[in-house]
Design a binder for this molecule. Structure first.
Ligand code: ATP
Ligand code: MG
Length: 780
């Protein structure tokens, strides 16, 4: 079976596949040239031909989804080899692999086995507390400063620096460094690590105990262009005992994580280090593209010729389709989204294409572009899925739901504090600070039990709560106690629903939401998101995680034995803790899982599948038959930040990184690519301008198509809405007049657009009282 997979590789891929395993192998090649395919095959080769045990191989991918896909491919390839236990393969994101090491070996650097991950809101809260605790003049009470401090800390961590190793040059930096110290102290108090800490602590662990990875025989990294300093160093630490056995694949043109300090210069560094260490080093480049048509590749290459530093590429497509790339200039983003929905409908329902909705993606630079597109897709009845990144967990309803789960399942003050702030009337900042001081005090909080401390304020053992505060805290405590009691009797889904009902989550979220949307719409958003969270819970399979965890811990235990016995008492009980299947344990595992995974919608698909809506960063490594890239306008692509900061003389400017983003999006397309843009002038001010990147592409690289918008006669204020869905989609653009009574009730986002889903009318308020104009948009 596996031989046929190996046979499907081209000559250069096969050459790379068969490079001896004790070699530093670097495959640098353009999009769609089969780097990921080669990487997966090489894992199979190492297992099967080089006979490396799966536990001795580390494979890092950029997302958990990519890791799962690779594992599935390997399972298929190795179906005839049941003796190879793929569960023991160490495959996942850098973070998830490192977290497993920390869970087991963290004791050597003072971490508890129950260490948890602090999410973005925990980080923000802790930085705020750290600033308050230090009472620093410069950084007090300034919202921007919190962001600056956060960025300062993030930068140090991405460079692998704990506070002790940071060198500061200004007074402000010196103060930020103090906050960094205090922030780390607070994290430690909560037995928590933030996302970057996971890598930083693993780095520390492997300095102290390098023998933890003495069994590792090969490490493989996909999307290497997006590794930052700390990941780069970790790669060498994880491969300390086999530093000449590394496979890295990537493409400098697709480096789009510069904002997280990633740099493609790491390719060169690997080469230099290999030469210094006299290691066997092989560099292979692939130039046969198996994904896109020649038209797409030509357009992509012509765009990239504008990079300040880059070697030209000559990718050859094996796809002989001569479909041209389409370029459309629309009146505005609303015309654009209407066009996209119509066109998706058309291409999927055209039997000549044999596409399902699964074969189509809309790729955007910023997720707010989804808004208009979602409306038109819904109106057209086109199913879609949004690839949700971490932002999903930052939605109010989701983060509140997770906090409720956390306070029921964990001894977690960070979540408890927020829940008190949200739900408990009469508990002001002063009281919360007092409770926090008690929680932090080892003399008062002798049992390290947050719940007991809060209870002491209710029953008066600790003073400071008013009668009103006591009452509301008592209510909260009884809700938590009830939940703890009841959930063991319920199914997982019932248990989630019980907790949500007891905390009156939806009502509470509604009270907190500040949005221009009307209540019905907000409610429908909240319900949709909660439904997605329920899906995640229902589809979460703790057994699968247990199985993997067990497999990895087995490796770790065996390794400890080899390293001279174990002083790890907990390891003897490992099976007991894993077998524990109580609901609390389930929630704890689920929370750990969500912190390490980015979420992709898991709804059941219909026959024709769903269109994917994703950001460029979420589209890495993926491909679709037809790709739409909307809103290619200045301040979106390239971003406003990049345009504002642009230094034309810098060798690798922010604009270059934006261009690479555009390149990544373009090269996701296999057959059909639609680039669209618009110029919008309002009150003589240009509010949106077609992107400077489009000017860089020669006109011969695309075919201009029209969006068929024809202005109709003006109806005047209060004019009628005409709907003929079969032949026309009517768009009515009304300049707002204060006496207008017929403005549809639904308010969209911050643009102030109003939209009537029944009539299809879109109303745009403008400050002056100009007459109404109406356009009829003819469907193609
Ligand atoms: P990216 O840079 O976007 O991550 P990549 O170089 O990793 O791209 P892959 O995703 O591995 O490219 O491959 C792109 C497509 O080409 C996939 O559909 C893959 O199955 C196919 N492919 C790769 N190599 C071959 C080959 N030798 N023969 C046929 N198809 C191939
Ligand atoms: Mg790839």
């Amino acid at each position: 079976m596996v031989e046929s997979f190996f046979d499907s590789l081209n000559e250069k891929q096969s050459q790379a596949l068969r490079v001896p395993h004790d070699t530093v192998l670097q495959v640098v090649a353009g999009p769609g040239t089969g780097k990921t395919k080669l990487l997966v095959s090489r894992v199979a080769y190492l297992l099967l031909v080089c006979k490396l045990p799966p536990s001795d191989i580390i494979v890092t991918t950029f997302t958990k989804k990519a890791a799962n896909e690779m594992k599935e491919r390997l399972e298929k390839m190795l179906i005839d080899h049941p003796e190879i236990d793929l569960n023991r393969l160490q495959i996942g994101t850098f973070h998830s692999i490192c977290f497993k090491y920390l869970k087991f070996y963290g004791k050597y650097i003072g971490l508890s086995k129950n260490v948890t991950i602090a999410d973005t809101k925990d980080q923000r809260d802790l930085i705020t507390t750290a600033i308050k605790n230090l009472d620093l003049d410069n950084v007090k009470d300034k919202r921007n400063t919190i962001n600056e401090v956060k960025n300062f800390i993030l930068k140090q961590k991405a460079s692998g620096l704990f506070p002790d190793n940071v060198v500061t040059t200004t007074d402000t930096e010196a103060q930020y460094l103090q906050v960094y110290y205090e922030y780390q102290r607070l994290l430690a108090k909560h037995s928590a690590l933030d996302f970057d800490d996971v890598l930083l602590h693993t780095d520390k662990l492997l300095q102290v105990r390098p023998e933890c990875v003495s069994y590792v025989k090969h490490i493989l990294i996909d999307e290497f262009q997006d590794t930052n300093d700390i990941q780069f160093n970790l790669m060498y630490k994880l491969s300390k005992y086999c530093s000449n056995s590394i496979t890295i694949v990537g493409d400098a043109d697709q480096s789009i994580y510069g904002f997280r300090n990633a740099t493609y210069a790491n390719f060169k560094k690997v080469e230099t280090i290999a030469l210094q260490r006299n290691q066997r080093f092989v560099k292979i480049s692939l130039d046969q593209n198996y994904r896109s048509t020649n038209a797409i590749l030509r357009l992509a290459e012509n765009l990239m010729r504008h990079q300040t530093t880059r070697e030209n590429k000559n990718l050859v497509s094996n796809n002989n389709l001569d479909t041209p790339v389409n370029y459309i200039k629309h009146r505005d983003e609303y015309d654009e989204s209407c066009f996209i929905a119509n066109r998706i409908y058309k291409i999927v329902n055209d039997p000549a294409n044999k596409y399902t909705y699964n074969d189509v993606a809309v790729i955007v630079r910023v997720s707010r572009t989804f808004l208009a597109i979602e409306i038109d897709l819904t109106r057209r009845g086109i199913p879609y899925r949004i690839v949700k990144g971490l932002s999903f967990w930052e939605l109010k309803e989701i983060s509140m739901a997770v906090d409720c789960l956390r306070i029921v399942a964990l001894n977690d003050w960070l979540a408890f504090k927020r829940v008190i702030e949200w739900f408990c009337a009469g508990c002001g900042a002063k009281l919360i600070l007092k409770i926090e001081a008690s929680v932090y005090s080892p003399e008062i909080n002798k049992n390290d039990n947050v719940f007991e401390i809060v209870k002491s304020y209710v029953d008066g053992k600790l003073s400071g709560a008013t009668a009103k505060a006591k009452q509301s805290l008592k209510q909260l405590i009884s809700v938590i106690e009830n939940c703890k009691l009841e959930i063991e009797k319920l199914t997982t889904l019932q248990c989630f629903e019980y907790i949500m009902t007891k905390f009156d989550l939806i009502d509470n979220v509604l009270k907190k939401k500040t949005s221009k949307k009307d209540e019905a719409e907000i409610l429908s958003d909240i319900n949709a998101n909660i439904k997605e969270l329920k899906n995640q819970i229902v589809n979460y399979d703790p057994e699968k995680d247990d199985l993997l965890q067990k497999a990895h811990e087995k490796t770790f235990i065996e390794q400890e034995m080899l390293n001279g016995g174990t002083d790890n008492k907990e390891s003897e009980n490992i099976n007991d803790t894993i077998v524990d299947s109580s609901k609390l344990k389930f929630i704890q595992q689920f929370l750990e899982h969500v912190h390490l995974a980015e979420i992709v919608s898991s709804e059941v698909e219909n026959d024709k599948g769903k269109v994917t809506l994703t950001t460029i960063h979420g589209s890495k490594g993926l491909e679709w038959s037809a790709v739409f890239i909307p809103s290619i306008v200045n301040n979106i692509l390239p971003s406003k930040f990049a345009l504002d900061q642009h230094d034309y003389f810098a060798p690798d400017s922010l604009i270059d990184e934006e261009r690479r983003c555009f390149y990544v999006a373009i090269t996701r397309a296999k057959e059909q690519l639609f680039l669209s843009t618009y110029d919008v002038v309002m009150n003589d001010i240009m509010v949106a301008k077609s992107s400077c990147f489009l000017d860089e592409i020669p006109k011969s690289c695309y075919k201009i198509i029209s969006s068929f918008v024809t202005p109709s006669p003006t109806y005047g204020l209060g004019g009628m809405y005409v709907v003929q869905p079969k032949t026309f989609v009517v768009k009515k653009i009304v300049r707002h007049h204060s006496t207008a009574t017929n403005i549809p009730p639904t308010v969209l986002g911050s643009t102030g657009m109003t939209y009537n889903p029944v009539t299809g009318a879109v109303v745009r308020p403008v400050n002056n009282n100009q007459p109404t104009s109406t356009y009829i948009k003819k469907e193609e």
